[in-house]
Ligand binder design. Structure first.
Ligand code: CAO
Length: 460
C-alpha cells in the first residue's frame, strides 16, 4: 500500500535500498540508493552543503558531481557512483549535513546488485581526479568542477575546447592551452604533488607565471549600512576558526618580537625575480622566510613538534610542513607547504603560487590544509608591524611577519643607511618551549635572512 516515495523510504527496513517493483510499484522502476555522507576523516562530523549541482528529477551519470560540501578543513566534491535519477536532496544549500546521515537518494538504472555500495564518493577538490558531466549543445562534455570553474572564470565555452583526457575529458591543461592560444600567454606549471619524506622532489620543470595568480582581496570592503541587527550561525571555516582558536587560547603563549634587516634579501630577490618569473613562478619574500624557518627548525626540532595533551607526548615531526596563514575569499585558511626541508626556494615559491591560486578560488583540498607542523603568518602583506599570533594546535610555534618598511638604520661603519626592516613576532607553547629556545631559533632565522647567501651553505 505504499504509494509515495517519502513513505516508501520511511517504511523500508533497509534504508539504503528500496526495491521499487516490490514496495512502490507506481513510483519508479529502479532501486533507490540512499547515500549517506560517509566519514571524511580528520574527525569531521558535519559539513555545510555549499552548492548542489543537481536538482530532484535530474538524470545523473556515474562520476557526475552532485554537490560541493565544505568541511572544517576543505571543500569536497561529492560525485555519483550510479547512473540514475535524483529523487531527493536531503538538505538545501547552506544546510549543515551530518556524517553518517542520508545526503541524496538516487533511483538507479541498474539492478539490485549495486545495492552493496552505500557510500558517496567524496573527492577533495583538486586533490584527486574528479569527474563531472556537463550538457553542452546536446552533447556531453566531461570536465572536473575545478576545470569548469577555470573555464567559467576565463569566459571559455567548454564545447569549444578539445579534451585530451580519457574519453575526451577536458583537463586543466586543455583550458590553459586554449587560453594560451587566445592570449599568447605561456602555460603555468602543473600542480605540485605531495612528496613522501623519503623522496626528493622531481626536477623542476621550466614553466611560466600562473595565468591566474589571485589579485589581493579589496583593501577596503564596501560599507554596510543596516537598519537592524543580523544574527546568523557560524558556518564552515568560520565555525572551524572558532573551535580551533578557542582550543588554542588554552595554550600558555610565550611571545618574542625582533627586527630583521632584509636589505640584502631585498636585493637578492630583485635579482632572482625575473629569472623565477621566466620559469613561471612569482617570487615573493615568503619562500625565503619559509626556507629560513625550515633551516632553523633543523637545529631546533622541538619547534617543529606536535603536542598531545591527553597522553602528554610530544612528537618531533620529521617533515617540515610549513603552514602559511592565507587571507582568502572564504576567510582565514592555513594551507601548508609539505616537506620544506627537501625543497629549494624556487620549489617553495612554485608551491606557494599553487596554494594561492587554489585559495583564491576556494579549492584548497584536505591534503593542503592538514598536516602542518609550524606556521608563518605574513600579515605584513596587508599591513601592521607587530602581531600576537595564536598557535595552531597541535603545533607548538608560530611566527607573524609585519610590514617590510624602509627605515633609517646605522650600518657597520656607523653610516646612516636606508634599510628594509621587517618585524617578526613569535609565539611558542610555553609548556614545552622555553624562551631561550625560541630566541635562539629567531636569531638563526634572522641570520639566514640578513645574510641570505649563508642559506646556500646549508641547502641540501
Ligand atoms: N611587507 C611588505 N610587502 C610585502 C610583505 C610584507 N610583509 N609580504 C608580501 N609583500 C609584498 C610582496 O612582496 C608582493 O609585492 P611584489 O608584487 O612587489 O612582489 C605583494 O606584497 C603581494 O604579495 P602576496 O601576498 O601575493 O604574496 P606573499 O607570498 O608575500 O604572501 C600570503 C602570500 C598568502 C601569505 C598572503 O597573500 C596573505 O594571505 N597574507 C595574509 C596573511 C594573514 O591574513 N595573516 C593573518 C592570520 S591571523 O588572522
Amino acid at each position: 500500500n505504499i504509494l509515495d516515495y517519502e513513505t516508501c523510504v520511511k517504511h523500508s527496513k533497509e534504508p539504503l535500498l528500496v526495491f521499487s517493483p516490490l514496495l512502490c510499484p507506481v513510483a519508479w522502476s529502479g532501486p533507490i540508493m540512499q547515500f549517506k555522507l560517509s566519514d571524511i576523516g580528520e574527525g569531521i562530523m558535519e559539513v555545510v552543503v555549499k552548492e548542489w549541482y543537481v536538482k530532484e528529477g535530474d538524470k545523473v551519470s556515474q562520476f557526475d558531481s552532485i554537490c560541493e560540501v565544505q568541511s572544517d578543513k576543505a571543500s569536497v566534491t561529492i560525485t555519483s557512483r550510479y547512473d540514475g535519477v535524483i529523487r531527493r536532496l536531503h538538505y538545501a544549500a547552506d544546510d549543515t549535513a551530518l556524517v553518517g546521515k542520508p545526503l541524496v537518494d538516487i533511483e538507479t538504472d541498474t539492478g539490485p546488485e549495486v545495492a552493496q555500495e552505500e557510500d558517496v564518493v567524496e573527492t577533495p577538490a583538486m586533490s584527486r581526479e574528479e569527474h563531472t558531466h556537463q550538457e553542452i549543445k546536446g552533447h556531453k562534455t566531461q570536465a572536473t568542477p575545478a576545470v569548469r570553474r577555470l573555464a567559467l572564470e576565463n569566459n571559455i565555452k567548454l564545447s569549444e575546447v578539445v579534451g585530451t583526457g580519457k574519453d575526451g575529458r577536458i583537463l586543466k591543461e586543455d583550458i590553459l592551452n586554449f587560453l594560451a592560444k587566445q592570449t599568447g600567454a605561456i602555460l603555468p606549471p602543473s600542480p605540485f604533488h605531495e612528496t613522501r619524506e623519503s623522496q626528493r622532489p622531481k626536477e623542476v620543470q621550466p614553466a611560466s607565471l600562473p595565468a591566474s595568480l589571485p589579485a589581493s582581496l579589496p583593501a577596503r570592503p564596501q560599507p554596510v549600512l543596516s537598519s537592524q541587527d543580523v544574527t546568523e550561525p557560524l558556518k564552515g571555516f568560520h565555525r572551524a576558526m572558532m573551535k580551533t582558536m578557542t582550543a588554542a587560547l588554552k595554550i600558555p603563549h610565550f611571545g618574542l618580537c625582533d627586527e630583521v634587516d632584509l636589505s640584502r634579501l631585498a636585493a637578492l630577490r630583485s635579482d632572482l625575480r625575473g629569472i623565477s618569473e621566466a620559469r613561471g613562478v612569482k617570487l615573493s619574500y615568503m619562500p625565503f622566510f619559509i626556507k629560513a624557518a625550515s633551516l632553523g627548525l633543523l637545529h631546533f626540532p622541538v619547534l617543529n613538534a606536535s603536542l598531545d595533551e591527553a597522553s602528554q607526548n610530544i612528537t618531533y615531526k620529521a617533515a617540515h610542513n610549513i603552514g602559511l596563514a592565507m587571507d582568502t575569499s572564504q576567510g582565514l585558511l592555513v594551507p601548508n607547504v609539505k616537506n620544506v626541508q627537501l625543497l629549494s626556494v624556487f620549489e617553495i615559491a612554485r608551491e606557494l603560487n599553487r596554494l594561492q591560486v587554489l585559495g583564491s578560488s576556494g579549492q584548497l583540498g584536505t591534503s593542503d590544509l592538514t598536516g602542518g607542523t609550524f606556521t608563518l603568518s605574513n600579515i605584513g602583506s596587508i599591513g601592521g608591524t607587530y602581531a600576537k599570533p595564536v598557535i595552531l594546535p597541535p603545533e607548538v610555534a608560530i611566527g607573524a611577519l609585519g610590514k617590510i618598511q624602509i627605515l633609517p638604520r646605522f650600518d657597520s661603519n656607523g653610516e646612516l643607511v636606508k634599510a628594509h626592516i621587517l618585524n617578526v613576532s613569535w609565539s611558542a607553547d610555553h609548556r614545552v618551549i622555553d624562551g631561550a629556545t625560541m630566541c635562539r631559533f629567531s636569531n638563526l632565522w634572522r641570520q639566514y635572512l640578513e645574510n641570505p647567501a649563508s642559506m646556500v651553505l646549508d641547502l641540501k
